[in-house]
Design a protein around this ligand. Structure first.
Ligand code: CA2
Length: 147
């Protein structure tokens, strides 16, 4: 039997702190809770989920590079690097499978510096402001895209 397509989910700096502070902005779920929910949703959709977090820009770039020919899709919450990283943008511009950018908070309702995303220039879709549910909606969208 063929193996399930893999969706890589990348999380950027400080998202390992989820659930420990600022629940009014980011919700009360931990990153481990979100990972478990994504794996569960993936099973329902026939997708395998590879869920990772890094505080290092270069590590995120390397993971994008290494997986362009290995996975069926990418979900990325690049956190603060969203607003600064041409390096992650460049890696995504050379990434073949579909990419969905996700943010827990509505970045357009927050400080002006969060309104611009370098990542959006390489994303097929963008979801923000829906909390952890955004990751699950991104999985739904990728399941349709790769069908
Ligand atoms: O809303 C999002 O998902 C963000 O990507 C989260 C980033 C922020 O820089 C972006 O503008 C929007 C910040 C992640 C930091 O997460 C923390 C969670 C709990 C406690 C401290 C930080």
């Amino acid at each position: 039997m063929a193996e399930n397509p893999v969706i890589l989910i990348l999380n950027g700096p400080n998202l390992n702190m989820l659930g420990q502070r600022e629940p009014e902005i980011y919700g009360s779920q931990t990153l481990a809770d979100i990972e478990a929910a994504c794996i569960d949703q993936g099973k329902k959709l026939g997708l395998a989920v590879d869920f990772r977090q890094s505080n290092l820009e270069g590590e995120l770039v390397t993971w994008v590079q290494e997986n362009s020919n290995q996975v069926a899709g990418l979900i990325i919450n690049s956190a603060a690097y969203t607003h600064t990283s041409v390096a992650i943008l460049d890696s995504l511009l050379n990434f073949s499978p579909p990419v969905i950018e996700v943010h827990l908070s509505n970045i357009f309702k927050r400080e002006t510096f969060r309104h611009h995303s370098y990542i959006s220039g390489a994303a097929d879709g963008v979801i923000c402001g829906l909390g952890a549910k955004g990751y699950l909606l991104a999985l739904d969208a990728l399941a349709d895209m790769i069908d």
